[in-house]
Each structure stands twice: as structure tokens, then as C-alpha cells.
Design a protein around this ligand. Structure first.
Ligand code: GAR
Length: 209
């Protein structure tokens, strides 16, 4: 099984969904560590309680972003990570880091990329009058929320939806989408080549919820 480390900043519900998926012995990945940039993240305690090595690497301990990312890199190397999943990790990684881990680093974002990069995605989708919204898992590059898309989940926007209703429905889909996307990467069916995501042995529906 591929060795996966999850990076979080807070609640960690996507982390929980990935850990749950790995409970199936036929799942091609195993979670070997959780790292947070916030020592108070709820998800850190949850991961420790499940017996997963969990630690904080926070900006208070490093002089700058590059030094923090070097510490992160050392920890991932020590854990022998094959794949790194960002799951609500709310800080931007330096280009040196994203280049070193290119093709092994994936993120979940709560919109149908390339629409609505950045924050406040649910409100922005409602305000734009969208009839559909959703979530995307993509390979991480130096461009924020800009890397090649692996898989997407589609969520209709209902008349009268507000941010919290829509966020709840998108989050439910995130919890299905992330395990599916990680499976594709762990099985080598989704790869990053020349800045594009290449899917092999997967129909369109195999990367869609
Ligand atoms: C999720 O909705 C994730 O898509 C989003 O933060 C939430 C984390 O929730 N990520 C981003 O906005 C990244 N820019 P969780 O901690 O419960 O998984």
C-alpha cells in the first residue's frame, strides 16, 4: 500500500474520510502520518486517538515560509511518504516544495475548478447564479488551486440554498470524492505528466461523483 501523509489546518473531516477508506484492506493506500500547521487543530487529536502519528509544524517555530516548508519536507521524507494529501491545509506552499513533491501532492478544493479558486467558494457560486457547484481534487502546483484536475464532484444548487446548506452538501460529496481520487493516484491511474493530469484505465465516470 502507498504511504500517505495528510496535511490539515482544522476540523479534519476529509482526513477522517480518507482514514476510513483505508480501513478496507483492499484500499491501495495507508495513512502513516498527519501534520497540521495549527497546533490546536481538532483533526490532530482525532488522528492521534486513532493511533496515527500526528504532529504540528507551525509558523511560530520557523523564521520564514521556506524554512517551514523545509521542515515539512524533512518530516515527509522521514515518514517515507509516497503521496501527500492536503485536506483543508490553509497555507500556501512554496514553489520549491511543490516542485519537489510534484505528482505526489494532491489537494481538495470546494468548487468546480477552475471556477472559484481561493476562499468563500460557496457564497461566490450562489452569488454568481450558478445552478451547479461542487468540489475538485487536483495535483498541487505552485499556482494556488491551479494544478491539473484529477476528479470532480457535482452538487446542484437549489433555489433558496444558503452558504451553510450548500457547504454541507458539498462536504458530503468531498468525503466520497477524496477517497476515490486518492485511490486513482495510489493505483497509478491518475498521474501528472507535463503539467496535465493523465488518467489511464478510467472512464469519465471513474473520476466523477
Ligand atoms: C473542506 O471543505 C476543503 O475542501 C476546504 O476546507 C474544508 C476543510 O474541511 N479546503 C479549502 O478551502 C482549500 N483552499 P475539513 O478540515 O473538515 O476537511
Amino acid at each position: 500500500r502507498k504511504r500517505v501523509v495528510i496535511l490539515i489546518s482544522g476540523r479534519g473531516s476529509n482526513m477522517g474520510a480518507l482514514i476510513e477508506a483505508t480501513g478496507d484492506p483492499s484500499y491501495p493506500a495507508n495513512i502513516v502520518g498527519v501534520i497540521s500547521d495549527n497546533a490546536d487543530a481538532k483533526g490532530l487529536k482525532a488522528a492521534s486517538a486513532l493511533g496515527i502519528e500526528a504532529k504540528a509544524i507551525t509558523k511560530a517555530d520557523y523564521p520564514d515560509k521556506a524554512a517551514l516548508d523545509r521542515a515539512l519536507d524533512e518530516e515527509l521524507t522521514r515518514l517515507q511518504a509516497d503521496i501527500v494529501c492536503l485536506a483543508g491545509y490553509m497555507r500556501l506552499l512554496t514553489p520549491a516544495f511543490t516542485e519537489k513533491w510534484a505528482g505526489k501532492l494532491i489537494n481538495i478544493h470546494p468548487s468546480l475548478l477552475p471556477l472559484f479558486k481561493g476562499l468563500d467558494t460557496h457564497n461566490r457560486a450562489i452569488e454568481a447564479g450558478m445552478r451547479v457547484h461542487g468540489c475538485s481534487v487536483h495535483f498541487v502546483t505552485a499556482e494556488m488551486d491551479g494544478g491539473p484536475i484529477i476528479a470532480q464532484g457535482v452538487v446542484p444548487i437549489a433555489p433558496g440554498d444558503d452558504e451553510s446548506k450548500l457547504a454541507r452538501r458539498v462536504l458530503e460529496v468531498e468525503h466520497k470524492l477524496y477517497p476515490l481520487a486518492l485511490r486513482l493516484v495510489a493505483e497509478g491511474k491518475a498521474r501528472m505528466e507535463n503539467g496535465r493530469a493523465v488518467l489511464t484505465g478510467v472512464g469519465a465516470e471513474g473520476a466523477l461523483i
